[in-house]
Ligand binder design. Sequence first.
Ligand SMILES: Cc1cc2nc3c(=O)[nH]c(=O)nc-3n(C[C@H](O)[C@H](O)[C@H](O)COP(=O)(O)OP(=O)(O)OC[C@H]3O[C@@H](n4cnc5c(N)ncnc54)[C@H](O)[C@@H]3O)c2cc1C
Length: 402
Amino acid sequence: MAFVHLVGVSMKIVILGAGYGGLRTAMNLEKLLRANHMTDTVITLIDQNPYHQLIQELHHTATDGSDSKAAIYEIQHLIRGRQIEFVQSHVEAILPGEQAVALSDGQRVTYDRLVIGLGSITDFHGVPGAAEHSLPLRTYDNALAIRDHVKAQFKAASEMNDPKEQRIALTTAIIGGGYTGCQLAGEFAVWVDRLCRDTGAPRSEVRIALLDRHDVLLHQFGRWANSEAEKVLDRLRVSIYLNIDVEAVEPQILRVSGNRVLRAGTIIWAAGVRAPDLIAQAGLPTDRMGRARVDRYLRVEDREDIFVLGDCAAIPSGLGDETVPATASYAMRQGEHLAEALFDEIQGRAPRAYQPLKLGELVSLGPDDGVGNPLGMPVTGYPIQLLKKGIEQFYRSSIISL
Ligand SMILES: Cc1cc2nc3c(=O)[nH]c(=O)nc-3n(C[C@H](O)[C@H](O)[C@H](O)COP(=O)(O)OP(=O)(O)OC[C@H]3O[C@@H](n4cnc5c(N)ncnc54)[C@H](O)[C@@H]3O)c2cc1C
């Protein structure tokens, strides 16, 4: 691909989304420009929320396991003293033909270079009633909604006389046995003990059901991880249902394959994400999950001026048709890479291609257990928790001190 350099010209860089990828791009680029006394580039960061969310901590927020503010940071606070303009608004449309984005407050923001880091949205896979009658876990608000709903169910159950109704109120069904569902189920299993003590609801009637359409949990991992996850969650009294397709969701009812019905006071949807619709609506080339197809420079195919990263981007991994996994750690490193690439371009240098660094994934299963493959090595148990906590602390200090 040819690169058009904008040497010596003041440049307007607009970054959509202050998540793991977008925030990192903005902060690292600003730091590079400031260190080189380059003041004629304007960085505008746009997010619908006033806060940056630590999405990988949301299973704690949803189960009251941490201070409810521990998973968010005020964006204005993080960028204080930096040459970054923050606009809190919802992006309604990307208009590549006009080099502009349209915001819900009526503003149009123009750009020379656009970085799209809008994350993903819950994919209900067209299951009837799922969007209306289940609670997704993708945002901080979602996590608070789950927490409040479950607390209310347990409180109501403690006052019920009908054992059948009580059992329904105390049943939580989690749909999706991937990272999100497994992490949430593990945390839930421990939380319910405390909830029962606090509300007086009978522990013996509590059920946590984890359902997945695959024949294993954590199907992205190898067999060793699947069986370890099942073992740990079994021990935590999570009921695992595999090879189950959810066909419809109604209020407190799950209709699943084989004409079976599960009644649950809380139904949580953790069965997948896809990119926001506005990427395809902008006419950008997309894959089947709606993610923008980008090249090894994170540029949208055949566009000089639009970059995409994180969950919104289908980035070639270099291995056949595979794309880079959608995780916070990849999004963050893509943000670091993009900051350098944009800085190179401003300076008239050809940017380097992005090389995904495979550091592995870590999945917590309750407060003391987990599975993962750090640096490709299969690891289980408490070391996963230690690694996760270390990474979390590293991340927190990195956004505060950048
Ligand atoms: C429950 C859960 C647990 C997870 N756990 C882990 C984990 O343990 N480890 C891991 O590596 N990954 C984990 N992930 C995946 C990880 O969170 C994502 O891959 C990561 O957040 C993607 O980063 P991003 O920068 O693309 O988007 P995000 O971090 O999601 O940021 C997107 C930003 O865009 C903003 N936005 C979206 N739409 C609009 C709009 N229209 N207008 C304005 N602003 C908008 C949002 O407010 C948000 O701030 C988890 C995901 C979930 C849902």
